[in-house]
Design a binder for this molecule. Structure first.
Ligand code: FE2
Length: 96
């Protein structure tokens, strides 16, 4: 944002996340189901919520462009995802 690249970068992140997440989530959910992972349902629900939140962010970008508010929201969503979901839910698959 400070260098003026915030708009393009946020658009890139939102577009990448939408396509990558959908593919990755489907693969991860199939692996969890296959090994009867105890957090499989919780994982699937969290994925749906994440995709919904990013859909909302994308809609904001499409409607009003990349504002400072949207940039911060994007960063927070991704940071929270990494520090909560990946560390607590996704790592359960590695234990199977
Ligand atoms: Fe996950």
């Amino acid at each position: 944002m400070q260098s003026g690249a915030g708009d393009a970068k946020v658009r890139e992140i939102v577009a990448f996340t939408a396509t990558y997440a959908a593919k990755h989530f489907a693969l991860e959910e199939s692996h969890m189901a296959r090994v009867n992972c105890p957090v499989a349902i919780q994982n699937k629900q969290a994925h749906a919520q994440f995709l919904k939140r990013f859909g909302e962010i994308k809609a904001k970008v499409d409607a009003g462009g990349v504002t400072a508010s949207v940039s911060i929201e994007t960063m927070r969503e991704l940071s929270t995802w990494i520090t909560t979901h990946i560390k607590t839910i996704d790592t359960q698959l590695a234990k199977m």
